[in-house]
Design a protein around this ligand. Structure first.
Ligand code: FES
Ligand SMILES: [Fe+2]
Length: 445
């Protein structure tokens, strides 16, 4: 990671801030008027759809294996260089435009499968002689050498996440990025949560639907009772006992937060949901600094109709590794996650269709008071889409070769293989644990 752009990142203005200009009084006057006109209300989110995303989990990025994914239709790769630092590049070889699918990583350097161009950590071609005949390119050789360079995005690995700064325009010179939002705005740590004090389980889920519908789903508590009542192991979460809440929403430039307290005061707080743009949601109880349990959901807009969610459940209880292994905690948690997301899936897909058909317009749907959080999210989404236009940066149409769409998605519910494997593991582990006492008895007699 280049120090220059980290510095740039730390000193970068917030979205909406004006860059400093000349000193003439006229210029200043004009600037002040402009500033007054563009002053953003304190309760409006400053970040838009372009910015820092937790795009992958560190666990997914293995040395020597390129991790293919996409953002807003643009095919990208994350990989580790020879020092294990993560890089994020566009899946496009700058020689003749091949994809790196089928290529390899040799000593941390990406190698194109088409003519073998190999690229350094900085993104420069390290074996030009392999792909060029110097006598043919002759005088232009030096110029050409400068041009053949990977297209990159800023990429930071932190707390087991790979964050990328997605601007929609990958660049050959990573120091030239204009970074408009701070990574710290996205991080739970900057809200007082010490992630290092927790243990966590993680699942990754893939959906063929509009990513915004998934975020909306995670901001909506009413459906939890209705859709997930039988799956979530909490007797108070059931479609038969839909509870009344007092909802308090606070908004500022970094977040929208909704706190739900039971109307029955003796029961206290039910849950707090925090939306941090562009794609993170935190769910917890009490204060983030002291919460025993924090759920972190990161939503990744792979492509139109394709989205990935990284779900982590951080906890301060059940921290003993042996005990959690003994009770197959990880597998049981994963089973619940996979089931919960499968329950949402049909709704999300069909709601995506309705949205794309223009059926979810103001006059067709009426939000309830309980949907205030969704309303704020819709407002932010709509203004961010018209400002950042992320889906217009790499548009596809019916003539676009569907090669990427034909690539199977990795995780349940779109790819149920992992969920089945997990269920089988649970069955095997339970049988093994039940057999141990019998084995001991047999040994003794
Ligand atoms: S297209 Fe990659 S080396 Fe030629
Ligand atoms: Fe849900």
């Amino acid at each position: 990671m280049s120090e220059k752009w980290v510095e740039q990142l730390n000193n970068s203005p917030q979205l909406g801030e004006q860059p400093s200009e000349g000193t003439s009084s006229d210029k200043n006057k004009a600037r002040k008027t402009q500033e007054l006109n563009s002053v953003q209300p304190e309760n409006q989110l400053s970040g838009g759809l372009l910015g820092w995303y937790a795009a992958a989990s560190s666990n997914s990025i293995k040395q020597g294996e390129p991790y293919f994914f996409s953002m807003y239709n643009e095919p990208l790769i994350i990989y580790r260089d020879k020092d294990s630092r993560t890089k994020c590049i566009k899946d496009l070889c700058p020689h003749r435009g091949a994809s790196f699918r089928g290529g390899e990583i040799v000593q941390g350097e990406l190698v194109c499968p088409y003519h073998g161009a190999r690229f350094s950590t900085k993104g420069e071609c390290t074996n030009l002689d392999r792909i060029t005949c110097q006598h043919i390119v002759d005088s232009n050789y030096k110029n050409y050498a400068k041009k053949i360079h990977l297209y990159q995005y800023p990429c930071v690995e932190k707390d087991g996440y790979i964050y990328i700064y997605y601007s929609g325009k990958a660049q050959t010179n990573i120091e030239e990025f204009e970074i408009k939002t701070n990574l710290s705005d996205l991080e739970a740590e900057s809200y007082g949560c010490q992630i290092t004090e927790y243990k966590y389980e993680e699942v990754i889920v893939d959906f063929k639907c509009d990513w915004a519908r998934i975020i909306e789903n995670h901001l909506d508590i009413l459906h939890i009772f209705w859709v997930h009542g039988d799956t979530i192991p909490d007797k108070d979460v059931s479609r038969n006992v839909i509870t009344s809440f007092n909802q308090k929403i606070t908004r500022d430039k970094r977040q929208i937060e909704s706190k739900y307290n039971h109307k029955d005061k003796s029961k206290g707080e039910f849950i707090t949901i925090k939306f941090i743009p562009p794609g993170r949601i935190l769910i917890y109880k009490g204060e983030l600094e002291t919460a025993r349990y924090v759920q972190v959901l990161d939503h990744i807009p792979l492509a139109m109709n394709r989205a990935r969610v990284i779900v982590r459940h951080y906890r301060k209880f059940l921290t003993n590794n042996l005990l959690t292994k003994l009770i197959i905690f990880k597998n049981l948690q994963q089973r619940i996650f996979y089931k919960v997301f499968s329950e949402d899936y049909l709704i999300l897909r069909t709601q995506t269709f309705n949205h794309q058909m223009g059926y979810i317009e103001k006059d067709n749907v009426k939000l309830l008071g309980e949907d205030k959080m969704v309303q704020y999210y819709w407002d932010w989404l709509q203004s961010s889409i018209s400002k950042d236009k992320p889906w217009l940066l790499h548009p596809t149409n019916e003539n676009t070769n569907p090669v990427h769409l034909e690539t199977p998605m990795l995780y349940p519910p779109e790819n149920p293989k992992l969920a089945k494997q997990n269920n089988n593991q649970i069955v095997i582990q339970v049988i093994l644990r039940a057999l141990v006492p019998f084995g001991l008895i047999l040994l003794l007699i």
